[in-house]
Each structure stands twice: as C-alpha cells, then as structure tokens.
Ligand binder design. Structure first.
Ligand code: LLP
Length: 428
C-alpha cells in the first residue's frame, strides 16, 4: 500500500497535488511520501516482532536504496538502524540520528580509512567479506587499541533476485566467502585479540519475489551457526541481509512481509542470536515517484510514437541498466483511446529509453507523468550526465512538502570544477 492516489482529477501524494508540486519545484523531481515510508517500516518490523522466536531483531534499513537525509531521519524516528556500505553512508546515518550501535557496515571493498572510521564510530558490527579484509581490520583495530565486532559474510551459493546484476548469492559473484571458508575465517577471527567474532551474515540478492531461495539460504546459515557452536565458538548475531521484492506491476506479486517473517521464523526461529535484517527496496520503492513532464510527442510516419520527457536515464537509470519496468501514470487522467508509446528522455543515446511500446492514455506536450515505485535505487543512482542538473528530491508529509535536495543551479554545477591553474588566462 502507498499514499499516491487519484483525487480531484489528479494524482496526489498524501495531501499534496503533484500538479501543484510540479509547478512549485519544477520537473523532473522525485517525490517521497512520509506516510508510506512509515507504514512500510512499521509493517516490516511489526511482522518480524510478531514472532517471539525471532527475538528483537535489528531492522537496519539499507541506506543505499534511498539515502536522502530526511528519509533517513524519518526512519530513524521509528527506531530504524542502518545497513551501510561506505564511510559516506555511515556519516549520513549518523547525521540523520541513527545511533552507531544500530549501524552495520558491509561491502566487498572497504578502504583502511573507512575501516578506521567505522572502528572510531563504534558501529554495531563490521561485515567482513574476505580474508585480506579480516587481516586488514585486525591490524587497524590493534593500532587503535580497539576490539570491533566482526561478522563474516557468507556466500551460500544460492542465487536469487530480479536481475542477474542484482543477484549476489551465487558462488561466482564477488560477495562473501563460501560456507567452508566462513568456518575457517570465523575461527581465525575468534583468535585475534583485536577482534570480537560475533556472527555470520548473508545477502543473496535483491527484488526477490519467491521465498524459497531465501529459506534455503537461511537454513544453510542456521546450520553454519550450529557447526560453529559445536566447534566451541560463540555466535551471538546472524545478519540475514535484505532482498524482499516489491510489486512493479509486470511481475508476480512478491510475498508480503508477514510471509517473509513467517519463513524467517521457520528457518532461524529460536536460534538464540540477535538477528539483523537489511531491507531497502521494500521500505522505499513504493514510497517514491519520479515526476516528469512531456516535452513532445514525436509521431513518426511509420506509426512509432515517441513520448519525449524532461526526465532521462541520468535521473532514473533502472530501465537502462536492468531493463527494469516502472509503471507510468499520467498525473491528470486523460480520456480517449490509449496509445502505444516509446517513452524516452533527452539524453543522447538510445539507451535513454524508459520503455518501448507501452500502452498509455493519450498524452500531449506539457502533461505530467509519474514513474511509480521509484523511491528505491532512483535518486541515489542519478547523475549529471549531459550536464543535466542533479534531480531534486521532495518529501511530502500530509499537506506539507519540502525540497530535501534542491536542484543545483548551473552556476553551482560549473563552480564545482576549478580550472587547472595552467589553463587560467593570466590577468593583464
Ligand atoms: N544488504 C546488502 C548487503 C545489500 O547488498 C543490499 C542491496 C541490501 C541489503 C538491500 O537489498 P534490498 O532490500 O533493497 O533488495 N540498484 C539495484 C539494486 C541493488 C541492490 C544492492 N544490494 C536496483 O535498482 O534494482
């Protein structure tokens, strides 16, 4: 469920008309609903909490999905933790008010500086993905006189996810270590005086619409915890990653959080560990839309009709990158026979195509459209390709809205790039 609905002849986000918002902020722009963010967080964490056998899990929102500070602050106020993959994301989480002991630091390639920062900050645990990283972390921790909590990320060799580029759990992907290797590394971590080996982690993919692979992976993790304990090691934490999919309208509906939680309870309930979940998409995707305006309708003699928008692949790259499907809705309902459109942006490459041959109500220059389910992996992946100003972000809360990342001016964009001194003409 989300809070974007047709009302009074137009699409609204909560109590704010998207027509009015487009006039005030301009397009393209991302628009997020506070109520939807809050609802999704409450439903996800509530589903987990309804199973006593899962204990009190840490719900560490995956910051990468939507890292806007106001989004993070909205979730922080509900008690969310954060799953982070860079120093920048840790800094965002802290700036948004998420306590360090609810922040998890993951990622395949953390730099020495980032590891040192995470240690100094006192994050909940650092998810280590390889032996060289374990050795580096042990050395940095020793130099700091610290003893950070370490979790070993396992690659359970279970594939899942909506696209090959976002499937992370197969053995050939770059993430984590094998189950066998995890046992060796965990034992090694447990002997390091500068580390506290506290647990194991996995994350097998994103946009997962079938719980079966997740249940297999969780079962393998449960067995791993059993083996580690049987060998005399203590295991206090189990991080099960994110990955639950959302409806994008062209896919089977993913299982609801309640079914996910019931599966987790079956797979790892009563294990006597502190569980961590890292949901990103399921919290943010349907809490946001990308608002765009039609620049032209370019009808070719061969019958092909291009709907040219003022939004482009630099603003929402998912269709170009993953062939992702986003529902496109006219902001004001249009009467008349639906037409088939190729929906494109102004960027100078054919990849800047959001969709081909999509049946939409008849649209004209000046009309507004909304790309639905764009709140996750939308603005965070945007760029200024073609020197198109970074797309702004707007947060709605009831009748109120605020620009929470302004569109930069052209002067601001150019001022970020000082000319090399030898290129500056000497003052006469
Ligand atoms: N935890 C880890 C370790 C992850 O790598 C990810 C996502 C998550 C949690 C959150 O997964 P989620 O609940 O959002 O599925 N840019 C792609 C998605 C990349 C996902 C990367 N990892 C897209 O637009 O579909």
């Amino acid at each position: 469920m989300n809070h974007f609905e047709l009302r009074d002849g137009g699409l609204y986000c909560e109590g704010v008309s998207l027509v009015r918002l487009a006039e005030a902020v301009g397009t393209p722009a991302y628009v997020y609903s506070t109520a939807t963010l809050q609802r999704h967080y409450a439903v996800f964490s509530g589903a987990l909490k309804s199973h006593a056998s899962l204990g009190s899990p840490l719900v560490a929102y995956a910051v990468k999905a939507n890292s806007n500070l106001s989004v993070l602050r909205t979730l922080a106020a509900l008690g969310a933790g954060a799953d982070t993959v860079s120093e920048g994301e840790i800094r965002r989480a802290i700036a948004a008010g998420i306590p360090p002991d609810r922040i998890v630091f993951s990622g395949v390639g953390k730099t020495a500086a980032e590891l040192a920062y995470a240690i100094e900050t006192g994050v909940a645990h650092i998810n280590v993905e390889s032996e060289p990283e374990l050795d580096l972390l042990a050395a940095i921790a020793a130099a700091h006189g610290a003893r950070p909590s370490v979790v070993i990320r396992v690659n359970p060799d279970v594939g899942a996810g909506g696209h090959v580029k976002i499937s992370t759990g197969k053995s050939e992907s770059k993430f984590g270590v094998s189950l066998a290797e995890a046992e060796r590394l965990y034992a090694k971590a447990a002997t390091q005086p500068s580390l506290r080996a506290v647990g194991v982690a996995c994350h097998i993919g994103s946009q997962i619409v079938d719980l079966t692979p997740l249940e297999s992976a969780f079962g393998l993790m449960r067995a791993l915890v059993g083996r580690l304990r049987a060998s005399g090691l203590s295991v206090e934490r189990l991080d099960l990653g994110g990955g639950l999919g959302v409806p994008y309208f062209n896919q089977p509906d993913p299982p609801p959080p309640e079914a996910f939680a019931a599966m987790a309870a079956r797979a790892v309930g009563g294990l006597d560990v502190q569980l961590t979940f890292e949901p990103g998409r399921v919290i943010a995707a349907n809490a946001g839309v990308l608002l765009a305006r039609v620049l032209h309708v370019n009808a070719r003699p061969d019958g092909r009709r291009f709907l040219v928008l003022d939004a482009a692949m630099n603003d929402l790259v998912r269709p170009a990158m993953y062939d992702a499907y986003h529902d496109i809705r006219p902001v004001a309902p249009r009467d008349g026979e639906p037409q088939t459109y190729d929906v494109v942006g102004p960027v100078c490459e054919t990849g800047d195509t959001f969709t081909r041959e999509r049946l939409l109500p008849p649209l004209a220059a000046g009309d507004l459209v909304a790309f639905m389910s764009a709140g996750a992996y939308g603005a965070v992946m945007s760029s200024e390709y073609n020197t198109r100003p970074l797309v702004p972000e707007v947060l709605v809360n009831g009748e109120a809205f605020a620009v929470v990342r302004p569109r930069p001016t052209y002067d601001e964009i150019l001022a970020r790039e000082p000319l090399a001194p030898w290129l500056v003409s000497p003052k006469s």
